[in-house]
Design a binder for this molecule. Structure first.
Ligand SMILES: C[S@@+](CC[C@H](N)C(=O)[O-])C[C@H]1O[C@@H](n2cnc3c(N)ncnc32)[C@H](O)[C@@H]1O
Length: 351
């Protein structure tokens, strides 16, 4: 985030955001108690039910008597419902100061093409992903609020591995030193787009996302840094761009936000968009196949209560297999330590 784009929150907003950011650290004793309790009631994770709903029901029933578990659930629920509202209030307090800066960076080499007539896909429409109050589109500056307040001041503070360095790591995994034309699928507010641009400074970058408010923020980020991104409000699985027009097609944690059949379409679309010999790099959340049954329950329960309706379906897929089915060759899939996150799938369109 460029310094100019980083809002100077007023005391009330800053304190509320800091309170939320530090709450997770403050709860570590309570979380340790929950972990002790889990170890006691699940001595052998392999004995848990295979069916994920039954597994969750068993865990909820067993943990229901634990005060620490009930308290941590209540705090988690409170954070899920309040983080978006807290961020919006903090923004409104400084709106007069920051709005001219936001408007200023809507001008420049980075452009946005909105699709006002686009019919949003049913799997996306009306879902408050991440339980963000009002969803991605309700607030005029939702993209900014999400990027500057939620991501930068909340998520980045506690994310294992660091949300910025992980994106740079993934961008750097693409096999060539240079790409002329790159497409970032599900670019959102431009965090991975930025990592791609910093890794391939001469590349011409196109980004697509269903959410107009998020790409408007990507535009500001691009302009604040002097980059010329072409941003489109379009579905990543059906971009409408000409075939064979990109050298690298990538995405960073888009896949868990879309259902399995759309993921398959997306890989086919990436294949169509690449020039012969072009590279694909898609990253997503930890595969359930990389986790034991207890860890899968944790991830699955977190997704269920955290506004991620497609996570289970997506995290259960073999993405390498889907990439091969789409036509990619030399396909590799790797999960990165220490949390098997992100899971990165790469492949090449035959020359
Ligand atoms: C977790 S965010 C992606 C993060 C982003 N790549 C980054 O590095 O921060 C997921 C984004 O995917 C977008 N999205 C979901 N389904 C999509 C689709 N079918 N086509 C394009 N974008 C989509 C959402 O609007 C959201 O902005």
């Amino acid at each position: 985030m460029s310094e100019e784009l980083h809002a100077r929150l007023r005391q009330r907003g800053r304190a509320s955001v800091d309170f939320l950011a530090n709450m997770g650290f403050g709860m570590s004793d309570m979380r340790n108690s929950v972990e002790e309790e889990i170890k006691r009631i699940v001595p052998d994770p392999d004995a848990l039910p295979d069916d994920l709903d039954q597994r969750d029901a068993r865990m909820q029933q067993s943990l229901g008597a634990s005060t620490a578990y009930r308290a941590s659930q209540a705090v988690g629920e409170w954070m899920a419902t309040h983080h978006g509202l807290t961020a919006k209030h903090a923004f409104e307090e400084v709106r007069d100061e920051i709005e001219p800066v936001l408007k200023k960076f809507e001008e420049g080499g980075s452009t946005v093409e909105a699709s006002p007539d686009m019919e949003a896909p049913a799997y996306w429409d009306g879902v408050d992903f991440h339980r963000t109050a009002g969803g991605w589109e309700e607030h005029e500056y939702q993209g900014y609020i999400h990027a500057d307040i939620v991501h930068t001041r909340l998520v980045a503070k506690s994310f294992p591995g660091g949300i910025w360095s992980q994106r740079l790591m993934v961008a750097g995994l693409a096999p060539k030193d240079h790409y002329d034309k790159i497409i970032d699928l599900g670019c959102s507010t431009g965090h991975f787009t930025r990592a791609l641009q910093e890794t391939y400074p001469d590349a011409e970058i196109t980004g697509v996302d269903l959410s107009l408010k998020t790409i408007q923020q990507a535009q500001r980020l691009g302009n604040a840094n002097g980059w010329s991104w072409k941003l489109y409000q379009r579905p990543a699985e059906d971009t409408g761009f000409e075939a064979e027009s990109f050298d690298l097609a990538g995405s960073y944690i888009l896949l868990h936000e879309i259902p399995a059949h759309t993921i398959k379409q997306l890989f086919k679309e990436a294949f169509r968009l690449l020039k012969p010999g072009g590279d694909m790099i898609m990253s997503d959340v930890t595969r359930y196949s990389d986790l034991d049954k207890l860890a899968v329950w944790r991830a699955d329960a977190g997704a269920k209560y955290g506004g991620e309706p497609h996570w289970r379906e997506s995290a259960s897929l073999d993405l390498a297999e889907i990439a091969r089915e789409a036509g990619f060759v030399d396909v590799t899939a790797q999960s990165y330590p220490p949390f098997n996150y992100p899971h990165v799938v790469q492949g090449r369109k035959p020359a």
